[in-house]
Design a protein around this ligand. Sequence first.
Ligand SMILES: [Zn+2]
Length: 526
Amino acid sequence: MPRLFIMLVVAAVTATASAQPLIHVRLSADHARILAVRLERIGYDVLEGGVSDRAIEMIVSDEELAALRAAGYAVEVIAKSRPFRDIQEERNAAAPDVPSGYLTLPEIITLMNTTAATYPSICKVVDLTTKYGTPAAANGNHLYALKISDNVAADEDEPAFLLVACHHAREVNSVVVAFEAVTRLTSGYGSNPAITDLVNKYEIWVIPVANPDGYDYMFNINNNWRKNRRPNPGGSFGVDQNRNYPIGWTASCAGSTTPSSDTYKGPSAGSEPETQTIIAFSNDRHLTKVHDIHSYGRETLYSYLCLSYPFTTFMGQQAAALSTAAGYSGAIRAPSAEGEEEEWQMAKRGSLAFLTEVGTEFQPTYASAQAEAAQVWGGVQWLLQRPITIAGHVRNAYTGQPVVANITYQGVTFSNGETNFSEPRFGRYHCFLPAGSYTIQFSAAGYISQNKLVTATTNTEQTFEIQLVPVCYPDCNGDGVLGLADFGCFQTKFALNDPYADCNGDGVLGLADFGCFQTKFALGCP
Ligand SMILES: [Zn+2]
């Protein structure tokens, strides 16, 4: 077919597609961020950067405008518009290069390695993708972390802190915040007492680029790129990694279901290799505190957007203090959607986890990003220094071995499958609680549950070492002694076909069993 003819056909189709008049509008509403997520999910074209707490800018057709007004929304027409996709593509094409000074992905990995080589006793590089056997990102990139701690080669019984940046590729200034922390923690160790304390007390993990494929593409092809580089059905690319975490993924305010959308949440919860790697790492390290850095907005995000959380007020207070320490005057808001990384850490690990949006643009001059990072370090350090409200270990009372125990709070209801538990390596646990009195329950299969009454205070850390007693079958009634009352208890259990009641396994309950129980009881309970 002659080339000219093809071009005419394309032009004709384009003309038809754009024949429908489009309108740039501003919709005003309370909870505009939640509404924007919902509108985008049902196919509305929400303009990037056009959403605030009380307004949403969109490109709509006449029919969509009529539908919005019929639904009772206050919609103001700003101007006639060109098609949404044209505007987005034009923005991408017109986007300048990344300003000079920022590092490419290979340069970032090199800097991680040279930092570790300079401070080998407190800093090392870990290839998370290899360590956890998770899939590489679509273009083959791995995720790397720097571990900073005293005795860095050892796996120490210390709380873990994660600073993670660049889930969104174009947010290059977030990477500068990550390296600012790395520089201060490594160069300050041994000379700055506050930093020395933190490096001694914590295992600190820094992931400068959580989205290496997207970062590489952003740096070399399109500096306005946000998502990873998964090839989607229909020819578009990318999943928004910070909508892909398995928390609230099916909620009404989860990310977009449209693959071409900049906030596409992926084909399933946790579908992305990058998400899987960070989850595997988090499962292993049981992170006590997490700070997720994005840009832009100069504010700290906390709790959920549309799901309920019993400690939201407390998390908001903590977020405001973090924001203040970062130089952002206490500015806070709810997350942009459900399925974000910091939400998952809070929900599934009981971590003190927040997201801070730094700066006033994605790619300011490098000098400006450095100045901002120096300021935001105050927030990073604040979170590191924050007391762990209740901390300690859960261990087997007889053997001292660590026990993985579920941790719940009597009278406090979590409604989205939230969990908190002690980790398996050392039995270490953490609870972040608003000031007040709580009955914390520690429970594990094969152990007698234990309630611990605590009074949490705002600015102190309390440690409670929990000794869980294994369920003791010989002490049938659990009174700590073996006596006739236990034999009555065994008779009841035997009648209920409890296999442990027939201690010697001869099919009948008799005096021989009582002798058997005495022997087991004397040995400590099985
Ligand atoms: Zn972001």
